[in-house]
Design a protein around this ligand. Structure first.
Ligand code: FES
Length: 86
């Protein structure tokens, strides 16, 4: 699974750096180093008024914030990985 965190200027202003850290911590916490590749990306063209744009494989999510990070990660990373390994 490839997770790209947009670090374009709009997303950067809305907290990309903080989200990169949250992703790094979560990947470490759940020991997902072998399953998940984290990357930064330039503007994905989906700048949102709120939050940061995240691309997971071919799916794009907008408006991710540090507050919504935990539920986002559970739903879109942990649950997906479980499904993929089924
Ligand atoms: S800067 Fe992130 S989608 Fe445009």
């Amino acid at each position: 699974m490839i997770i790209q965190i947009c670090v374009g200027s709009s997303c950067h202003l809305k907290g990309s750096e903080q989200l990169v850290k949250l992703f790094q911590n979560a990947v470490e916490k759940y020991n997902l180093d072998n399953e998940v590749t984290l990357a930064g990306s330039f503007c994905i063209g989906k700048c949102n008024r709120i939050g940061v744009t995240i691309q997971i494989d071919d799916d794009i999510f907008t408006g991710v914030t540090p507050d919504s990070f935990e539920s986002f990660f559970n739903e879109n990373v942990l649950t997906r990985l479980e499904k993929e390994s089924e």
